[in-house]
Design a protein around this ligand. Structure first.
Ligand code: OMP
Length: 302
């Protein structure tokens, strides 16, 4: 973006409308497109904690929506995807604000895929309804899913052609090791690698799957990448969780396609860059520096 053009200018919005004409259909196609057109692997996450909203929005009837909309408008040219976190809305009874946010994103930035992070996992008949919730009610392009109840709990999401299904593999939290690092019979490999292998070799005939691997575990990202080929990876854990950007990008890169293959998420470090009235500008500044650090890491790796 040229220096004189602000993200608040109408010509900036027209740029997005033009990109709309070449809006590809599936989640994976959208990602391939934003990796290229935005030159970014940054995913901005919306985790709107009511206690951390700027004073002007606290207690306001649509304060959560307004906060997220401002951040989205300030960062839309910097991201490959957006990721609203369901619990932050549901805990406040703010589902209608989540619906409104996704509508805003899809109307104004139809080229940017929206991931609903709800980490659902249940028996097939119930999973069918979680899939309807994500794709029909909220209009998300992709959803995070917990695979630890097995394939019949993942399959209902795959029936929604073209939608992305992002399966937890090696999560970013320390406690993920309690189960995901356990070596399992007969191969003796850790459970998370078994999940990666199932995803790559058995579950992905429709090409809709991605995997979650935490930036806090770069060695594990590399092991997963070696198994899954070019499958997209959602990588949370930079920013507030302290994951190393250079190590993450090195580990998750696809050798012959630099700058693709990863949605590297940051939520709190961007959302709460300032607690004052300048929160959107401050979020933009951190998003720019994060995107640029990711770009620089791609150059080192290339
Ligand atoms: O699926 C996720 O998005 C996710 C998986 C994981 O392993 N770790 C993880 O932090 N997340 C989510 O990614 C976001 C990380 O937020 P920050 O730590 O604030 O950047 C939160 O919404 C988490 O729920």
């Amino acid at each position: 973006m040229c220096a004189s053009l602000s993200y608040r200018d109408s010509s900036f919005i027209k740029l997005s409308a033009n990109q709309m004409n070449s809006n590809p259909k599936t989640f994976n196609e959208q990602l391939q497109s934003t990796w290229a057109s935005q030159g970014s692997m940054l995913c901005v996450g919306f985790d709107p904690d009511p206690k951390r909203l700027p004073p002007s929005l606290q207690g306001k009837s649509e304060g959560i929506f307004e906060f997220c909309r401002e951040i989205a408008d300030a960062t839309a040219d910097l991201v490959c995807a957006f990721k609203p976190q369901f619990a932050y809305f549901a805990s406040q009874g703010a589902e209608s604000q989540l619906e409104k946010l996704v509508k805003h994103l899809k109307n104004k930035y139809p080229h940017i895929p929206v991931i609903l992070d709800s980490k659902r996992g249940d028996i097939g008949s119930t999973a069918e309804h979680y899939a309807l919730e994500a794709f029909d009610r909220y209009g998300a392009d992709a959803v995070t899913v917990n695979p630890y109840m097995g394939f019949d709990s993942v399959e209902p999401y795959l029936k929604h052609a073209g939608k992305g299904v992002i399966v937890l593999c090696r999560t970013s939290n320390p406690g993920g090791s309690d189960l995901q690092f356990l070596n399992i019979a007969p191969s003796g490999e850790p459970l998370y690698l078994h999940v990666a292998r199932l995803a790559a070799e058995k579950w992905n005939s429709s090409g809709q799957l991605s995997l979650v691997v935490g930036a806090t575990f770069p060695d594990e990202i590399a092991k997963v990448r070696a198994i899954v080929g070019e499958m997209p990876l959602l990588i949370p854990g930079i920013g507030a969780q302290g994951g190393d950007i250079d190590a993450t990008v090195k580990a998750g890169s696809i050798a012959h396609r630099p700058g693709t293959g990863m949605m590297i998420n940051s939520s709190r470090a961007i959302l709460y860059a300032s607690s004052g009235a300048d929160f959107a500008d401050a979020a933009r500044a951190v998003a720019i520096s994060t995107r640029d650090a990711l770009r620089a890491a791609v150059k080192i790796t290339d």
